[in-house]
Design a protein around this ligand. Sequence first.
Ligand SMILES: O=C(O)CCC(=O)C(=O)O
Length: 314
Amino acid sequence: MLTPDDVERYRETGYLVVADVLERETLAELKRVTDEIVAGAAGITEHTDVLDLEPTHTPAEPRVRRIKRPHLAHPFFRDLAGHAGIMAVLEPLIGPDIRLRAGGKVNMKSPGYGAPVEWHQDWAFYPHTNADVLAVGILLDDMTADNGPVMFLPGSHRGDVYDHHSYDHDGASPLGAFCGAINLDKHPIDLSSACEVYGTAGSITVHDARLVHGSAMNRSDAPRRILFYEYAAADAWPLAGVESMRDFEEFNGRIVHGEPTLEPRVEPVPVRMPLPIAKFQGSIYENQRTLDTSFFNHDPDRRDAPMMNEEVSR
Ligand SMILES: O=C(O)CCC(=O)C(=O)O
């Protein structure tokens, strides 16, 4: 259960870490199911609907970057999305009626090469009719200073929605194309107060969909796997084109707590649509390939170099 101070801190900073939310057996099962799905990467050459691969993946030496839409990949993940401990944390933040988003992922961040994620706001991918939208990160491993912890920029959820478009690749329209990462050339945001977040396996992070966040490559010997579920208040509806509602049964089938509604709550939230769609599809890592200037070092062969590329570190 969150205290009123926890809720206040969440409203102020845009994120929280809650320790030991998963029971020991649930965490063990989460790791087992994750390993089982990742084992499916042996022998494959291309990304699939379930697995997103590191650029250095080979069929003989499989390297998985992400399990996509885990709630569709295994019934365990669908059940875990409604975990009573997670719901107890979310209810004071976004109310009792809660829908799981159609996305979600397990970001694998394997030892030695697990990929960075460039700075972004989830809201840029999926704006809704109101701001009661957030993501929960369930730690499969201890997250430490060494294994590519998530970094959050406190308070940034109350500011602008930044440009997540790139402009200089072949065939880009005058509006550019969505690239899933903040254009730091256009918005030289002060990232010096960004906080690395640590926690033990079985703990959860919670962050507001508008919070600026990212993470560096995992250069350590320890894995850093996080299962991210994205949730919205049942009356926060995805804006047209962001998520299909044509299969309304499926849409409402993702209510994990409380009741669905036919009356979206519409509030004056800032919106930039993630359109035209990103040139590379399938995952945030693919979307971010067309970012004009990357912030993080993406080269596992240079893992002793600074984690932020020198020419852009500010
Ligand atoms: O895995 C991480 O470090 C951050 C992930 C993230 O923000 C995302 O995949 O949207």
